[in-house]
Design a protein around this ligand. Structure first.
Ligand SMILES: Cc1ncc(COP(=O)(O)OP(=O)(O)O)c(N)n1
Ligand SMILES: Cc1nc(C(=O)O)sc1CCOP(=O)(O)O
Ligand SMILES: [Mg+2]
Length: 207
């Protein structure tokens, strides 16, 4: 499948069972129905599933995305790339290096997190399809989040003539999403704004 990377970054849901107070499959289906454009399976942190249960949940979420033509990314876990037949992989600075990943998976979409200039300098940007830039705002969904970079970080990336597609992440909600887009991002990636809200349709529409 040939995905339009600029379009699919527009409303990017990231989720694992640890983010959900109800059945993850239900949340994903409601979010797809409301118009999310990409999904990342991130089973990580306190309360996350062990290997076998993670695989089983991943297979169920993957099947939902396939049925609804929503691109499915795996976070970090390279072992699941083939088992889940993913469309893309998101890695950070402490995960498998992007150039190695690109050689191993020439046809997958690859996203890379960057939080500051130093990380940009040491990254092989030509191996990736998009950048995850954050945290835009304080977040409680990632225990080891870097210091808040703010929307200035996106402006700074654009000022450096980095023309890769960018998705902002970290503490984004319907009230502040517009500022992230106006700073130069193609889209917004969210966990809690969707997984903890009362009305997924309303939140996704207003992002
Ligand atoms: C779209 C997107 N952007 C950034 C991240 C963060 O990745 P990373 O820094 O590797 O942190 P973990 O998510 O692995 O805790 C992301 N997952 N997705
Ligand atoms: C997974 C992740 N990565 C971040 C980064 O800055 O790279 S912030 C983050 C958590 C995003 O969750 P929420 O939308 O609930 O704030
Ligand atoms: Mg990671």
């Amino acid at each position: 499948m040939n995905w339009d990377i600029n379009r699919i970054l527009r409303k990017y849901l990231i989720m694992g069972s640890q983010n959900c107070e109800r059945v993850p499959e239900e949340i994903l289906l409601e979010a797809i129905d409301a118009g999310i454009t990409a999904f990342q399976f991130r089973e990580k942190g306190i309360g996350c599933l062990g290997d076998e249960e993670k695989l089983q949940l991943g297979l169920r979420l993957r099947a939902i995305c396939k049925e609804h033509h929503v691109p499915f990314f795996i976070n970090d876990d390279i072992q699941l790339v083939d088992q889940l037949d993913v469309d893309g992989i998101h890695v950070g600075q402490d995960d498998m290096p992007a150039d190695k990943l690109r050689r191993k998976y020439p046809d997958k979409m690859i996203g890379l997190s960057v939080s500051n200039d130093e990380e940009v300098k040491r990254s092989d940007l030509k191996s990736v399809d998009y950048l995850g830039a954050g945290p835009m705002f304080p977040t409680s969904s990632k225990a080891d989040a870097k210091p808040v970079a703010g929307i200035e970080w996106i402006k700074r990336l654009r000022d450096q003539k980095i023309d890769l597609p960018i998705v902002g992440i970290g503490g984004i909600n319907p009230e502040n999403a517009d500022a992230v887009l106006r700073a130069g991002a193609q889209g917004v990636a969210v966990i809690s704004a969707i997984t903890t809200c009362e009305n997924i349709k309303k939140v996704v529409k207003s992002l």
